[in-house]
Design a protein around this ligand. Sequence first.
Ligand SMILES: Nc1ncnc2c1ncn2[C@@H]1O[C@H](COP(=O)(O)OP(=O)(O)OP(=O)(O)O)[C@@H](O)[C@H]1O
Length: 247
Amino acid sequence: MTTTTAAIRATGLSKVYGSGAARVIALDGIEVRVRRGAFTAIMGPSGSGKSTLLHCLAGLDAPTGGTIWVGDTKITGLSDDELTDLRRDRIGFVFQAFNLVPTLTAAENITLPLDLAGRRPDPQLLDRVVGALGLGHRLDHRPSQLSGGQQQRVACARALITGPDVVFADEPTGALDSRTSRELLGFLRDSVDEAGQTVVMVTHDPVAAVYADRVLLLADGRIVDEVQAPTAETVLDRLKSLERAGA
Ligand SMILES: Nc1ncnc2c1ncn2[C@@H]1O[C@H](COP(=O)(O)OP(=O)(O)OP(=O)(O)O)[C@@H](O)[C@H]1O
């Protein structure tokens, strides 16, 4: 794969739920390119299609129309088994709910994706991720013995441990207090700056979006605006004008 290939590319992307009176056009002709080694945030009013877009780009949900590439791989049209392999081998996920396995220790949760794939952890990557997240002294704890922030750090470590092409995060700080949120976002930012990780994050929070290089703004299933090198003020202004336009 060449470095000029986008990490993610989608064209003519649409997603329609339901039919008849219940028909909802969640995505309506999305064109998007996500640069490798960049941190991209997706924002927009409630119901604008943020989660649907994230789930389609990550191969978790099938679009109704359009084409998506992850690197050089066209993922639209892959079989369910091929998509499962792609998600396991090349994608990392962080959700608002931490989705840890309660019976496993933090260490076992972190290496779970590798265990499932029959792969061994890269010791250097494991050390770097665990060290950077400050989890070293918590590795033997089960999720119930960890704070919310610690649980989300374990989820984040689990997403990064496979060295994925892209980490997708859906409201990763939604359940965290502001200090813990800043730590987690700072860690995602460092993974971009220091390890060239590609991160795509849905968030409602303009302060979280500031950690991104670029913010895509969605309204009614379309990308209607974008902000480069965002500040909380510019993002808040654009969001407010979108909400006024939709009101
Ligand atoms: N499984 C589904 N069945 C029917 N409609 C759905 C489904 N999932 C999402 N929708 C609809 O698609 C549209 C986009 O939803 P989506 O969850 O992507 O928006 P969002 O921008 O992430 O919203 P929020 O910020 O409130 O989480 C909404 O109108 C929603 O009601």
